[in-house]
Write a protein that binds this ligand. Structure first.
Ligand SMILES: Nc1ncnc2c1ncn2[C@@H]1O[C@H](COP(=O)(O)OP(=O)(O)O)[C@@H](O)[C@H]1O
Ligand SMILES: [Mg+2]
Length: 529
């Protein structure tokens, strides 16, 4: 076979190829120039903040620069050490919450099975977190890589942290079929419903016994999700104490279903860790930030500076202060005057409150609550009497006066049915204007006495429903002198009846066992007093 003749490259051909190269290079240059022009235009639009000449880059630890991170004492340390499945670190702005959320997952990054998801509501806010993480992660784990396209960190061990944003509930489908061992949400109250948080819980899974699963959230109070976040993490317990997770609508403990090997046991634990600005020396010392927070309007100031959850825009009792109005429970001395008040509802709720009066200051103290639904008058009578077996003598009980008109199936009024069982009541004041007068009286009781520094009304910390409802009870839009009666107000009504019974520490009408003649016998068999 004849060998194929070598292809001759003519000088003409060479020239055209060079020309083509030149043409494409020119095109690239034009592209690049256009891009530069665009970027320069953008740069012009960026407004640079005035540079503070005294600004010092915050050093992680001034005394020991080789230590990369040291948690602030108190809540930040508690948050990082918390063993509960779901923990909320919430309260004042600047407390060091977001910072803690970024650092928290690092402890597992030596494990190649670790897969974390860290979320914020919007992309802009997320950038802040990414920026902070870029400061810390590569120092903690040399070789840790940020992949912008995937918005993910990978660590030399193979561990991953995906930092992304979740703007709308429906976007949770993005996580369908994925499993995470750690889920962290920064600014949880930015979500107006618990939908995303609940959905994410279903994405929590581990196949590695060395890797427990966690959900962590941080947030300031306020924001569209204030109420549900408060119901889920704050209302069920006192701060910093773990509790069995509850259903936020019914308040019932979430349990394993019947027939499960763990039937009846609670599903998992939650904890709320409160944050204060003063906990974070890195910001608190500077003072400027505090001054800015101090300048905010009352509601926002209490939320962002003091980290108060007990305040909502439009709340009827905005003066409620957990540190003043809630006190640790104690054994009420038997000599103190006691009484109770009740607002009854079958299909909605029944609220009963027990009161005592501290004789040294005449402070009214709510020492017990009962908040139940779907109980008949007879059942309620027994629950009330059961609750007070160790109370000694109760002076009286006030009950919504309409119950003397409402009849049960069997004839006697609901009030009479209770009295027959041995649970005595007298009717509350339901005259015209009594609602507004009652509300004014609640305000008067909530006031702090300058001399004693105590409020006229204190509530035992065990009364979690009253403590949850009172501070966020909204004002009525129609009548700003009253609360919104469509809101959850049964315990408030009971409180109002109790307060309007004009309690004092001792009354000459009180039963004293010393006098034989004073033995109680009802003056009126129907009213029972
Ligand atoms: N343990 C810590 N070590 C070093 N700096 C910290 C620490 N905790 C907080 N900071 C600093 O305080 C600043 C404010 O904290 P941040 O987490 O943003 O507050 P929050 O989210 O509660 O509003 C952070 O940017 C960080 O510089
Ligand atoms: Mg933050």
């Amino acid at each position: 076979m004849k060998p194929r003749p070598k292809r001759k490259v003519t000088s003409q051909r060479k020239l055209t190829s060079e020309e083509r190269k030149l043409k494409s290079a020119k095109l690239s240059l034009i592209h690049a120039q256009k891009k530069i022009a665009k970027l320069e235009k953008k740069e012009e639009q960026i407004e640079y903040e005035e540079v503070n000449p005294n600004y010092e880059e915050p050093r992680l630890n001034k005394e020991a620069p080789h230590i990369l991170f040291e948690p602030n004492k108190g809540p930040q340390t508690d948050f990082l050490a918390a063993p509960e499945r779901e923990v909320l670190y919430g309260g004042a702005a600047g407390g060091g919450k977001s910072f803690a959320l970024i650092v928290d997952p690092l402890r597992y990054c030596t494990n190649n099975n670790f897969n974390a998801l860290i979320l914020r509501r919007t992309n802009d806010e997320l950038r802040e977190l990414i920026h902070k993480s870029q400061d810390i992660y590569p120092k903690a784990f040399p070789g840790a890589k940020w992949m912008e396209k995937k918005s993910q960190w990978t660590f030399p061990s193979g561990a991953r942290i995906w930092m992304t944003y979740l703007e709308q509930d429906k976007d949770v489908l993005r996580y369908q079929g994925q499993a995470f061992t750690y889920i962290g949400v920064d600014e949880l109250t930015q979500y107006s419903t618990p939908y995303a948080w609940d959905y994410l819980r279903s994405r929590l899974r581990t196949a590695d016994p060395k890797l427990p699963v966690y959900m962590r959230a941080t947030t300031n109070p306020g924001g569209p999700g204030h109420i549900w976040v408060k119901k889920m993490f704050i209302d069920p317990s006192v701060p910093n104490r773990a509790f069995a997770a509850t259903d936020i609508e019914t308040g019932k403990i979430l349990q394993y279903p019947d027939r499960h090997t763990k039937a009846g046991q609670s599903l998992f634990k939650r904890r709320f860790i409160p944050a204060k600005l003063m906990d974070n020396p890195y910001l608190a010392e500077a003072g400027d930030y505090e001054a800015m927070l101090l300048s905010l309007p009352e509601v926002q100031r209490q939320q962002l500076l003091e980290g108060s959850w007990d305040i909502a825009e439009g709340a009827a009792f905005g003066e409620f202060r957990r540190d003043k109005h809630v006190i640790p429970s104690f054994n009420v001395p038997s000599s103190w005057r006691k009484f109770r008040a009740c607002d009854y509802g079958y299909s909605s709720y029944t609220g009963v409150l027990w009161f005592t009066v501290d004789p040294s200051t005449d402070t009214l103290i709510v020492y017990r609550e009962l908040y139940v639904t779907k109980v008949t008058a007879k059942e309620l009578a027994h629950m009330v009497m059961q609750a007070e077996v160790d109370d000694g003598n109760l002076s009286y009980g006030v009950l919504d006066s309409s119950l003397w008109h409402k009849r049960g199936d069997t004839g006697p009024s609901l009030a009479e049915q209770m009295i027959v069982e041995g649970c005595r009541w007298r009717p509350s004041d339901r005259s015209r204007g009594s609602r507004v007068a009652g509300k004014n009286e609640v305000h008067r009781r909530l006031k702090i006495n300058d001399e004693t520094d105590r409020a006229g009304l204190e509530i035992f910390d065990s009364c979690t429903n009253l403590i949850a409802q009172l501070p966020v009870l909204p004002l009525s839009k129609q009548n700003p002198e009253d609360v919104d009666t469509k809101a959850e107000d049964h315990l408030y009504d009971a409180l109002r009846y109790g307060i309007m019974s004009r309690p004092v520490s001792r009354s000459i009408f009180d039963y004293t066992p010393a006098t034989e003649a004073a033995k109680w016998s009802p003056a009126d068999a129907t009213f029972g007093y």
